[in-house]
Design a protein around this ligand. Structure first.
Ligand code: SAM
Length: 196
């Protein structure tokens, strides 16, 4: 199919931007699918910082990476992504980041991402994003907290200054039951200002 789902499209976008040796962030490691994808793109000379608030998710991600021999270039952190500014070295130039929001598949559905911490993490990433760097968010409006988070993120993304940021919403229009959609935020060439 030419038209991809939101997760597949997020990988397509990331693969266009990330080069071997880059520093990137998986803000929601979960079961490690996105972390593994990033680890392969940056290779052994790059660095992936993967965050999750659940031990179970960190363990699942660790195992997935080890099974594929891709753990060397990954630092996993069992903390909320909004703390990333205290964790990632200050001089790191971040090329790309991915958020795959909501709850851990097959995990506790009460533990979900929240708009306040998601937006705080997003702002920290924007401040340190490389020129032409990219942040992608896969957003799930199909559960009640997810709808609140989706609305907050759309409001946030829409007000970003077009002088510095190019913002895309990508969604399949005819799928039932509020399918996930993607928000992509790209730093304009040469713009290296604070978020906003
Ligand atoms: N990217 C994952 C993958 O490829 O398997 C799927 C991520 S899953 C949809 C969402 C994850 O976000 C859950 O594992 C959950 O624990 C995590 N999460 C929730 N709040 C978080 C926070 N504040 N910081 C980091 N991770 C968080």
């Amino acid at each position: 199919m030419m038209i991809k789902g939101a997760v597949e499209f997020s990988h397509h976008c990331l693969s266009k931007v990330i080069q071997p040796g880059d520093t990137v962030v998986d803000a929601t490691a979960g079961n490690g699918h996105d972390t593994l994808f990033l680890a392969k793109l940056v290779g052994k000379s790059g660095r992936v910082y993967g965050f999750d608030i659940q031990e179970e998710a960190i363990k699942n991600t660790e195992k997935r990476l080890a099974d594929d021999g891709e753990n060397e270039q990954v630092t996993l952190i069992c903390r909320s992504h909004h703390e990333l500014k205290n964790v990632i070295p200050g001089d790191s130039d971040i090329k790309a980041a991915v958020f795959n929001l909501g709850y851990l598949p097959k995990g506790d559905k009460k533990i979900v991402t929240r708009p306040e911490t998601t937006i705080e993490a997003l702002q920290s990433l924007q401040e340190r994003l490389h020129t032409d760097g990219l942040i992608v968010l896969v957003v799930y409006p199909g559960h009640p907290e997810g709808k609140i988070e989706a609305d907050a993120l759309l409001d946030y993304a829409k007000q970003l200054d077009q002088k510095h940021w190019q913002v895309l919403k990508y969604e399949i229009m005819n799928q039932m039951n509020n399918p996930p959609f993607l928000i992509a935020i790209e730093r304009n060439q040469g713009a290296r200002n604070k978020a906003g």
